[in-house]
Ligand binder design. Structure first.
Ligand code: ZN
Length: 468
């Protein structure tokens, strides 16, 4: 029985391989590659690359790429925080594809970790370590993709540009993407880019949903400054800045800013309405029909603030600063508002609208200079997006593919601002893992079983979009 079963499976495999070979270059033997993928991934996680140590990762990548015959270039504003670029040449008939990942990780509090945060310890089916999710799976997948493309000698229509960049997490000096875009843009200029900013959800043991990041909100923070006369705390004054500021913060904090859908969020809520339980689906349908959205918006505001934020430019008070003593009325009080604008928002007009909501001449709005440029959403109809969707469905059978808009900001902002259609990816995790072991969390880990299909996903997308 066993022998026969093997024969049948073997026959099916042969058929599958034969039909694939007719269309595209031979795929690597992914099972055989596992040890090599895991070795590179663990080695990279084992490098403590908190801000200021990114060059250590660059040295590792340079050695691996050059041993394979792939030339590299490094670019550094700060020698300890270098960026690395490697390029596989295509025939030039199509514009390049950029695959990038950041090398830095956020810091750790060692005492919170059950294992060495830079040990890449393997335990319970997971690889544990800072950066195991953010962003070393993408870095590893990009590296393996370069190695496999080089080894197979696949002819390419596009150049593949590999970028390992520093300073994504903390970059007050612009050593990473800002430096590369400003000083060396010709080295990374591409039609498409792919990097962190998407992901996939595992439900009941299989990948049910793949998110492709196509847009992100634009930081547009401001300070609210209230001014009045200073005075003695024993004498109530109507122009006390704290009273005016407090009222303004209350108004903008509760303000339901106008709701608006774009191509990404419309498609996002449409797909969710098709796969959600009836109650939830009704809420998404109400948003899409735009008739009576009040109830739906109210529900999301209470139960799904992330989705509520995707519908609008959001205003969130985050800091207050006022006062010098318990018996002193200060002459100034200040609040910081973290405003995240929709990609197509007219920010100046939005501030003017907010001034009307505050409706108090004692309070002025002072925009805070932003480190990321406004970035238009990337399109869903491109060759790249379509390939990502197709490949996701092939690698994660039965999964729904959903474009998503991040409420946060990423290094794709700088690329999109330069006209590069940029898409976010990420390995799959369960909801409980995403909650308990998130990127930037006290403890970070990735299921080993999520790593391999993710690498395969990246290689397949790149091969489909850039292969001849
Ligand atoms: Zn990251």
């Amino acid at each position: 029985m066993l022998g026969r079963a093997r024969l049948v499976i073997g026959g099916l495999w042969l058929l599958a391989i034969a039909s694939l070979a007719a269309q595209q270059p031979a795929a690597p033997d992914w099972n055989k590659l596992r040890p090599e993928i895991l070795q590179h991934y663990r080695s990279i996680v084992q490098i403590d690359s908190t801000a200021g140590n990114e060059t250590k990762v660059v040295e590792y990548l340079k050695k691996v790429l050059e041993a394979e015959g792939i030339p590299t270039k490094t670019f550094a504003l700060d020698p300890k925080r270098a960026n690395l670029v490697a390029r596989l040449k295509g025939n030039g008939s199509k514009r390049p594809l950029l695959i990038l990942a950041h090398t830095d990780v956020v810091g750790v509090q060692k005492e919170k970790w059950p294992v060495d945060p830079f040990g890449a310890v393997m335990k319970d089916g997971y690889v544990w370590g800072r950066g195991s999710k953010d962003d070393k799976p993408v870095l590893t997948a990009n590296l393996i993709t370069m190695l496999m493309l080089k080894r197979s000698g696949v002819p390419l229509d596009r150049d593949i540009i590999f970028l390992a960049e520093s300073g994504e997490e903390a970059d007050p000096y612009g050593v990473g993407i800002n430096f590369m875009v400003k000083e060396h843009f010709d080295e990374i200029d591409a039609e498409f880019a792919m990097t962190e900013g998407g992901g996939a959800d595992i439900q009941n043991g299989r990948v049910a949903r793949v998110n492709i990041g196509t847009a992100e909100k634009v930081p547009a923070r401001v300070r609210l400054v209230a001014t009045g006369m200073a005075g003695h705390g024993s004498v109530p004054r109507l122009d006390n800045p704290l009273i005016h500021l407090g009222a303004a913060v209350q108004k903008v904090g509760m303000w339901q800013t106008p709701m608006r859908l774009n191509e990404t969020t419309r498609s996002y809520f449409q797909k969710l309405s098709e796969i959600s339980a009836p109650d939830r689906a009704a809420i998404y349908k109400a948003l899409l029909e735009q008739k009576s959205t009040d109830e739906a918006q109210k529900f999301l505001r209470e139960h799904s603030p992330g989705e509520y934020s995707m519908l609008r430019t959001s205003v969130v008070p985050t800091m207050l600063k006022a006062g010098v003593g318990a018996n002193v009325i200060p002459s100034e009080a200040e609040a910081t508002l973290d405003i995240r604008a929709l990609p197509d928002e007219n920010v100046q007009a939005f501030y003017a609208e907010m001034a009307k909501v505050i409706n108090d001449p004692a309070v002025r709005i002072e925009p805070i200079p932003q480190t990321r440029p406004p970035s238009p959403a990337s399109k869903l109809g491109t060759e790249m997006y379509q390939a990502m969707e197709r490949v996701a469905k092939a690698i994660y059978p039965g999964a729904t593919v959903i474009p998503s808009m991040s409420t946060g900001a990423s290094d794709m902002a700088q690329l999109r601002a330069k006209g590069i259609q940029s898409y976010g990816i990420g390995p799959a995790s369960t909801e409980s893992d995403a909650l308990n072991y998130p990127a930037h969390g006290d403890v970070e880990r990735l299921a080993e079983s999520s790593l391999y299909p993710f690498v395969q996903y990246v290689w397949t997308v790149v091969t489909e979009v850039a292969g001849h």
